[in-house]
Design a protein around this ligand. Structure first.
Ligand SMILES: O=C(O)CCC(=O)C(=O)O
Ligand SMILES: [Fe+2]
Length: 921
């Protein structure tokens, strides 16, 4: 019996196991194609995501990209852990009499750290590090994965996720127009408020910082303390991480001696670490001035408000350590000392801040020495340092800076910042010296400073909310950028030296004093802050409320934007006819590859409040187009276009002749052809330019985008269509624009045998001419040597495909519209800036080439040179929506024209029939 029971039990166990295994295996097969081998790098996952993206497999795109992001974070956390852990191994060497022996011991310590790192990394990361490319890392630092993710989410109808991903990407790349449009689109159609969106890359220290800020705004001081204390904790963590990630590779690109190469790597590492403050202080693409120090400012005020004077004094002292020149805080400190009798309190600087400060000082000295005597910061180091060294997402401004293309403006800014920091640094040193000096006197002794009366105190309270004070504080903060006082500038080094020596002596003295104080010590957690004797006659004010209100600023900006939007809408309402057009435009510009269905859905959705009793939506839409069509004075030309309907989306390439072959132009990805435009078409575009072009248009309004000696007037396709819609130019002007652009695009696609669709990325009609008074013997270029999708590295003869270059612009072409000017040749160039081969512009000539090709435009010395410049992309994500929409609009108009003609014909026939009938009678 028992045997039977046991057998039954065994069978039932096996059955359960079997069922379980079958289910499990079924599950396996469903999921198997989406499984990741442990140890796969973020680089590899990213590639898989991109492959899936290209195959339009959105589910897999999401799966791989999400995992790539996860893996990227994991990798960096583990790397940081190892570096921080091994850094802490002792390097202290007991000096030997023989210098060489001391050195050996020192390096033995370094070897220990290296061994520690190797073991740690291999335990935590396997061999990942060897398989990660710099290019991929760069993409993660600029949050590129989110731009793919948002689209994949959108395709999978995960609209909220799409919105968050777009929002996240934009926080790091706030100037990205495509993504702005997408976010607008998601907002308009799926409608999650921006406030509810989550920045998927939000840093905790920034989150708490912003929350602390909000608490401050509503005078919730307990909240301020909670959030800012938390923010500081995370700040220090992120700061350590950022520094640790600086300890990566270094490519000196030179043959160096032993000491030179060790020192070069070390200097590079210090230089990278110097940037960590700025990186951490970057929120939503903007650097918050005085970021670290302001934590202590807020805290000081909140503690004071809650009557925790000791803590307030500590924070004030810490703030002064970081910003010694800050008058507001000096006044606050004086107030604590005078009005509250600080002798009751011991002034203590927060230890973490003090340690940070001390290290910054020393690092700066060491780096200054390196810079002065042997280490030259090469331009590219900036790139590598900031791209790969920083733990936090890169601020697009920094990216721009490091890439060198916009180096002119941006590096200027940087230098200014550095100067500020330098000043700050010098004053800090001086001031700290004097603070310590003054601190010797007994704080209990009556000071010369005036006591604060109750009335005065009341006044000050009122000042709290006063704009004047707010500006004052804000202004100061803008002056000093970072808190570390480090900088790249070594010009003043010699002048500083003497001063530094003096300061050092003073500091030594101070240290002795500090030591004495510490012995009395009443708090292990804090460094003692030597007490200050205030010997000037200033009034001392109650602590001032920090008015660096980020939220307030954000709200103000938002209100301004809203107002602007309202105004715009108001304008268009007045302008009844244009309203629908504008609406139509707006609605279309927010779309990315919008299918007709979605298009109609949105149209309905947006229409409802606007056309409550009007004709049906579809009719209304067509009515608008009829209006548009009727508004074109040159009716004949529209009809002509209509009769050539087939040319618009699929233009014929007949009549195009080779001007220069790829071989003649010395590059397989280059060609020049004639006959792309007829003389009449060239003339049309030139007239469009003369009638509608705007100074600097197409160059983000920059009037001298390439040389100050030339004037650039341009117009984009969208403006051209708008000009026609506004009845300022005939409709066939933009129609010609689009037609020629499309014909050029189709040619490039076919000539270079591209197997996937080539999209417009940007199109721009532009005329350039010499400004009156420009030197006759100019040697500059009308457009300096450049490549359209990468950044030239003249030292290494390569072109880096990285931001801020338009890396997605795979192919370019320029259609020339005229000749008869002097200069202005198009030129293919060598890396050494010499000319390779030139093409002379003339009406209908098109030069086409790959985005990596180096090229330039010779100066236009006399007359005006007009051209239609076009950039194309293979990535649909970057396609030019304006072109796509304008094309659609033109197509619709053409259809209408045909329909109207058909109707007209019908009417005529009916009339004829009637007339015929009548005659018969
Ligand atoms: O106008 C030309 O010939 C070339 C212009 C160009 O290279 C550019 O705008 O990127
Ligand atoms: Fe170009």
């Amino acid at each position: 019996m028992r045997l039977i029971i046991i057998m039954a039990q065994t069978i039932s166990i096996f059955t359960t196991l079997f069922v379980f295994l079958v289910t499990y295996c079924l599950f396996c097969t469903v999921r198997s194609h989406l499984q990741i081998v442990p140890g796969t790098t973020y680089d590899e996952l990213y590639s898989s995501a991109i492959d899936s993206y290209n195959e339009e497999n959105w589910e897999n795109t999401i799966f791989f990209m999400e995992n790539a992001i996860r893996e990227f974070k994991f990798y960096r956390v583990k790397l940081t852990e190892c570096r921080v852990h091994c850094q802490n191994l002792s390097l202290i060497v007991v000096p030997e009499e023989d210098e060489a022996l001391s050195e050996l011991k020192f390096f033995q310590g370094i070897f220990k750290k290296a061994a520690c790192l190797k073991t740690c990394k291999s335990a935590k990361l396997g061999n990942r590090a060897e398989r990660i490319s710099e290019e991929a890392t760069m993409k993660f630092l600029t949050l590129m994965p989110y731009s793919y993710l948002q689209f994949a989410y959108y395709k999978q109808k995960k609209y909220y996720d799409a919105q968050c991903a777009a929002y996240t990407y934009l926080r790091a790349n706030p100037d990205d127009e495509v993504m702005k449009n997408n976010l607008d689109y998601y907002y308009n159609v799926y409608g999650a408020e921006n406030e509810t969106l989550v920045d998927l890359e939000e840093r905790l220290h920034q989150k708490y910082y912003l929350e602390g800020n909000s608490a401050h705004e509503v005078s919730n001081y307990t909240g301020v303390i909670e959030h800012f204390e938390e923010a500081l904790k995370f700040y220090w963590w992120a700061y350590d991480e950022c520094r640790a990630l600086c300890e990566g590779q270094y490519d000196s690109r030179e043959f160096l001696d032993l000491y030179e190469s060790i020192a070069g790597h070390y200097a590079y590492n210090l230089h990278c670490k110097e940037h960590c403050n700025t990186t951490l202080a970057t929120i939503g693409g903007e650097v918050i001035p005085n970021y670290l120090a302001s934590h202590y400012h807020y805290l000081q005020y909140a503690y004071y408000k809650l009557g925790k004077i000791q803590e307030a004094v500590d924070c004030a002292a810490t703030y002064i350590l970081l910003k010694p020149d800050d008058e507001v805080m000096r006044n606050n400190m004086a107030f604590y000392e005078e009005a509250l009798g600080v002798s009751k309190y011991k002034i203590r600087i927060r230890p973490r801040a003090q340690a940070y400060w001390d290290r910054c000082q020393l690092e700066k000295e060491v780096l200054d020495f390196a810079k002065k005597y042997f280490w030259e910061e090469i331009e590219e180091d900036k790139v590598v340092l900031q791209d790969y060294g920083d733990a936090e997402p890169i601020d697009p401004n920094e990216v721009r800076l490091k890439d060198g293309v916009v180096l002119d403006d941006k590096s200027g800014d940087e230098e200014d910042d550095d100067d500020d920091e330098e000043e700050d640094m010098m004053s800090k040193r001086g001031d700290m010296g004097s603070v310590f000096e003054l601190g010797q006197d007994d704080m209990g002794v009556e000071n010369q400073g005036k006591d604060l009366t109750v009335e005065e105190s009341g006044n000050i309270e009122n000042n709290d909310e006063d704009d004047g004070i707010m500006d004052d504080v804000g202004g100061k903060e803008e002056e000093g950028d970072n808190d570390d006082g480090n900088d790249d500038d070594d010009d003043d080094y010699e002048e500083e030296e003497e001063e530094e020596e003096k300061d050092e002596e003073e500091e030594e003295k101070d240290e002795e004093e500090e030591d004495e104080e510490e012995e009395e010590g009443d708090g292990e957690d804090f460094y003692d802050y030597p007490e200050e004797d205030l010997d000037d006659d200033d009034d001392y004010f109650e602590p001032e409320r920090p008015e660096i209100s980020l939220k307030m600023e954000a709200r103000r900006k938002k209100m301004e934007e809203e107002k602007k939007r309202e105004n715009d809408e108001g304008d268009s309402k007045e302008d009844g006819d244009d309203e629908n057009l504008k609406f139509y435009e707006k609605f279309k510009t927010t779309s990315e590859m919008v299918k007709e269905e979605e298009f109609q859905k949105r149209l309905r959705k947006k229409d409802e409040p606007r056309f409550p009793r009007g004709p049906s939506k579809k009719e209304k839409y067509e009515e608008d187009l009829v209006k548009l069509y009727n508004s074109a004075p040159n009716f004949d030309m529209v009809k002509k276009m209509a009769s050539e309907t087939s040319r618009v989306p699929y233009p014929s390439l007949a009549g195009i002749e080779l001007h220069r072959s790829p071989q003649q132009l010395m590059g397989l990805n280059r060609v020049a052809v004639d006959g792309m435009a007829s003389p009449q078409e060239c003339d049309t575009l030139i007239r469009l330019l003369h009638e509608e072009a705007i100074y600097g248009d197409g160059y983000e309004g920059r009037t001298d985008p390439h040389t100050p000696h030339e004037k650039y007037e341009g117009i984009t396709v969208k403006d051209a269509v708008e000009a026609a819609a506004g009845n300022r130019v005939p409709l066939y002007y933009p129609a010609t624009f689009i037609y020629l652009a499309e014909r050029s695009r189709a040619f490039v696609q076919r000539f270079f045998g591209l197997s996937t669709h080539l999209y417009f990325s940007y199109t721009h009609l532009v005329c350039r001419e010499t400004k009156p008074g420009a030197p006759l013997n100019r040697t500059d270029f009308s457009h300096p040597i450049h490549a359209d999708n990468c950044i030239i590295d003249h030292k290494r003869n390569i072109c880096h495909k990285m931001l801020p270059a338009f890396t997605w612009r795979d192919w370019s072409s320029v259609l020339y519209l005229n000749d008869g000017f002097e200069g202005g040749n198009f030129m293919f160039a060598n890396f050494d800036n010499t000319s390779q081969v030139e093409v002379e512009p003339t009406c209908g000539r098109l030069v086409a080439f790959a985005g990596e090709e180096l090229h330039a435009v010779r100066p236009v010395l006399e007359g005006q040179r007009c051209a239609l410049a076009m950039w194309y992309t293979l990535d649909p994500l970057y396609q030019e929506l304006d072109m796509f929409q304008s094309l659609e609009k033109i197509e619709s108009i053409l259809k209408l024209v045909q329909r109207k003609e058909a109707e007209q014909k019908l009417e005529e026939q009916e009339l004829q029939q009637q007339e015929g009938g009548h005659l018969e009678l």
